[in-house]
Design a protein around this ligand. Structure first.
Ligand code: NAD
Length: 255
C-alpha cells in the first residue's frame, strides 16, 4: 500500500531532498511551504509532489493545509518537519524579533505540525497499522553543541530535541515513533544566504568534518528516509547527529 508523507519546508534544501527521496521510494508526498504560491493541493508538475502553501508560524494556515492533506490522502504515515529559518547574532545584541521568529517557526511551528499530524496517523487503515507512524524533526548539532553567534538558534533546536523525547514517550502507546536528526552545517540556500553577503558574514560553520567536506541535503535525507522506513521500527526518542563527525572529538589547533 502506498505510504503518505507530509514534508514541511519542502520547497528548498533538506525538506526538498527528503521529499525527493520519499517520492523516489514510491511514497505520496504533500509538501508544505510558505514559499509555495501554487493553488493548495496542486501537483508540482513532474516531481509528483502535492505542493501546499503553508506558514507553519500561523495556526490557521496549518489548519487549512492539514485539512487539504486529509482530503487528498485520508491518512498520513509520516511527517517530516523541516521548515526553518536561521537568525544569527550574539545574545546580547540580536534583535528580539529575530529571536521570536526562529522560535515561532523552528520550534513552535514544528511542534504544531507534528501534533496536527497525529489524528491523521491514528486514522491509518488497520492493514498498515502494524507499521508505526513516524514523526521526524530536523534539529541541529547546534542544539547539542551550541556556538557563539548562534545562541538563540541553538536554544530553539535544543528545545526541539526535548520535544522529540517527550513526544516519543507520549505517543509510543499510540504506535507513533518520534525522532530527530541533528545535522551539522549542510550546503543549502539557508547557509548560502548568510555566507555569501560580500564575504563579510560573521557566520561560522559548526566545525570541520574529518570527512573533508560539508554535508549535502541528501546526506540528511537518507537518514530521515531510514527513520520513516521499515528498518527503524524500534527507534524512537532518538536524536541522530548527521554531522560528518564534526563533534566527535575536539581537534586541537595546530601551530
Ligand atoms: N543547512 C544547515 O546547515 C542546517 C543544519 C542543521 C539544521 N538545519 C535545519 O534544517 C531545516 C531546513 O533547513 P535548510 O537548510 O534546508 O534551509 P532552506 O532555507 O533551504 O529551507 C527551509 C525551507 O523552510 C521554508 N520555511 C521557512 N519559514 C517557513 C514558514 N514559516 N512556514 C513554512 N515554511 C517555511 C522556506 O521557505 C524553505 O523552503 C531547518 O529547520 C534548519 O534549521 C539546517
Amino acid at each position: 500500500m502506498t505510504r503518505n508523507a507530509i514534508v514541511t519546508g519542502a520547497a528548498s534544501g533538506i525538506g526538498a531532498a527528503v521529499a525527493r527521496r520519499l517520492l523516489d521510494d514510491g511514497w505520496r508526498v504533500a509538501g508544505l511551504d510558505r514559499a509555495f504560491r501554487s493553488e493548495a493541493g496542486q501537483d508540482a508538475g513532474s516531481s509528483g509532489m502535492q505542493s501546499i502553501e503553508c506558514d507553519v508560524a500561523e495556526e490557521a494556515s496549518i489548519d487549512t493545509a492539514f485539512a487539504t492533506v486529509a482530503k487528498q490522502f485520508g491518512h498520513v504515515d509520516a511527517i517530516v518537519c523541516a521548515a526553518g529559518v536561521l537568525a544569527t547574532g550574539s545574545l546580547t545584541d540580536m534583535a528580539v524579533s529575530d529571536f521570536d521568529r526562529i522560535f515561532a517557526v523552528n520550534t513552535r511551528g514544528a511542534w504544531l505540525c507534528a501534533r496536527a499530524a497525529v489524528p491523521l496517523m491514528v486514522e491509518r487503515p488497520a492493514a498498515i497499522k502494524h507499521n508505526p507512524g513516524r514523526i521526524v524533526f530536523v534539529g541541529s548539532i547546534a542544539g547539542i553543541r551550541p556556538k557563539t553567534g548562534g545562541g538563540a538558534y541553538g536554544a530553539q533546536k535544543s528545545a526541539l530535541h526535548v520535544i522529540t523525547g517527550v513526544m516519543a514517550a507520549e505517543l509510543g502507546p499510540q504506535g507513533i515513533l518520534v525522532n530527530a536528526v541533528a545535522p551539522g552545517t549542510v550546503d543549502t540556500p539557508m547557509i548560502a544566504a548568510v555566507t555569501s553577503s560580500l564575504g563579510d558574514s560573521s557566520y561560522r560553520p559548526s566545525g570541520n568534518s574529518p570527512l573533508g567536506r560539508i554535508g549535502q541535503p541528501k546526506d540528511v535525507a537518507n537518514v530521515i528516509h531510514f527513520l520513516c522506513g521499515d528498518a527503524s521500527t524500534y527507534v524512537t526518542g532518538s536524536i541522530i547527529p548527521v554531522d560528518g563527525g564534526t563533534r566527535a572529538a575536539f581537534v586541537p589547533p595546530t601551530g
